[in-house]
Write a protein that binds this ligand. Structure first.
Ligand code: PLP
Length: 379
């Protein structure tokens, strides 16, 4: 099997499993307990937090462990907006993940927030001028993703942070797709909040975090025993936090080399697909894109049919239009980029990982050519 869907999820790395194992077995304590088993768990949690803080270049107290990217996004958006609203206005983009879009929609429906959705150009990039114009005196939060999950487009977050801060507005970024691919140093990004999800880079599903700048107050989404300094109640998953720290450490250690290798493989693959299928359309910015991300539309076919054909040939990838509920609506990201619905419906996304080889990608490009020939003949 050739797995080209690492933007959907990754396998847990062996070193990660080994690091977390003791905290699911012998060292199973509750980090809030005051006996030795609890203290050992609390110590492991503390070390995991410190490791992550060191990688992100922030304080350990600024890390809030969550159950993943969705929860981190919900906590950032609802938490910041409801804590100390300057006003009831949020700026986000039309191509965010549903975790961001639905959190904003919740604030709109239940708390009367007005949401401005920044448009994107045909490559999936926001405009800094439009962002500047969208920020108002009553804007409470700006939330723009670092890299898009469907087309891999990377937004100019550093510049956006400067614009938001000049207006006194905090900036949250969903960096779920960026771990292991882009520099997540908070100082360099300049963001006030950042979401990560462990299962995108070798930790188990159900692990994640929100970085939240120290001076920002937040209204919790989960209320209870006051864990995570009262910002996220619920007994922490110690094993999950240890796994997250280990996976981030490994991803970060191999990042420069891996990003360079994957960018080269990606560019060769994109060129091979565009040659093999002259009607194919590359979606997402050709340059400002994640190293391992190659996404296309194949007009005249259906994304689902291409996926099925590829899967029958042992190639696993995903349809850019797949939404959480599995409906075959065209992707909101591709529509926002100006693609016609019937073209957006033909999207297929390939996401490479550290193990991907040039031989595999050559085979995939050939199989895509065969798929498109077979499917257009059939149509
Ligand atoms: N944000 C982005 C950009 C994603 O790609 C995803 C998952 O696909 C999420 C958020 C949600 O993360 P999780 O699966 O950990 O809830």
């Amino acid at each position: 099997m050739i797995y080209l869907d690492s933007a959907a999820t990754t396998a847990v790395r062996r070193e990660v499993l080994e690091a977390m194992w003791p905290y699911m077995t012998a060292e199973f304590g509750n980090p809030s307990s005051h006996h030795s088993l609890g203290e050992a768990a609390a110590q492991a949690l503390k070390e995991a937090r410190a490791t992550i803080a060191q990688i992100l270049g922030c304080r350990a107290s600024e890390i809030i462990f969550t159950s993943g990217g969705t929860e981190a996004d919900n906590l950032a958006i609802k938490g910041i907006a409801l804590a100390a609203p300057r006003g009831r206005h949020i700026v986000t983009s039309a191509i965010e993940h549903e975790a961001v879009l639905e959190s904003c929609d919740y604030l709109h429906r239940h708390h009367g927030f007005e949401i401005t959705y920044l448009p994107v150009d045909r490559h999936g990039l926001i405009s800094l001028d439009q962002a500047t114009a969208a920020i108002r005196p009553d804007t409470t939060l700006c939330s723009i993703m670092l890299a898009n999950n469907e087309v891999g487009a990377i937004q100019p977050i550093r510049e956006l942070a400067e614009i938001a801060h000049a207006a006194g507005v905090p900036l949250h970024t969903d960096a779920v797709q960026a771990a292991g691919a882009l520099d997540l140093n908070i100082g360099k990004l300049g963001v006030d909040a950042l979401s990560l999800s462990g299962h995108k880079f070798g930790a188990p599903k159900g692990t994640g975090l929100l970085y939240l700048r120290g001076r920002l107050t937040i209204e919790p989404v989960l209320h209870g025993g006051g864990q995570e300094r009262g910002r996220r109640s619920g007994t922490e998953s110690v094993a999950g936090a240890v796994a997250l720290a280990k996976a981030l450490q490994l991803a970060e250690a191999s990042r420069p080399e891996s990003a360079q290798r994957l960018s080269q493989l990606r560019d060769d693959f994109i060129a091979a697909v565009l040659t093999a299928v002259p009607t194919a359309i590359l979606t997402g910015d050709p340059i400002q894109r994640l190293p391992g991300s190659a996404s296309f539309c194949f007009p005249g076919t259906s994304g689902e049919a291409v996926l099925l054909y590829l899967e029958q040939h042992e190639i696993i990838c995903s349809s850019g239009s797949a939404c959480a509920a599995g409906a075959d609506r065209p992707s909101h990201v591709l529509l926002a980029m100006g693609l016609a619905p019937e073209v957006a419906q033909t999207a297929v996304r390939f996401t490479l990982s550290e193990g991907t080889t040039a031989e595999e990608l050559n085979k995939v490009a050939r199989t895509i050519r065969d798929a498109i020939q077979a499917l257009t003949r059939r149509a």
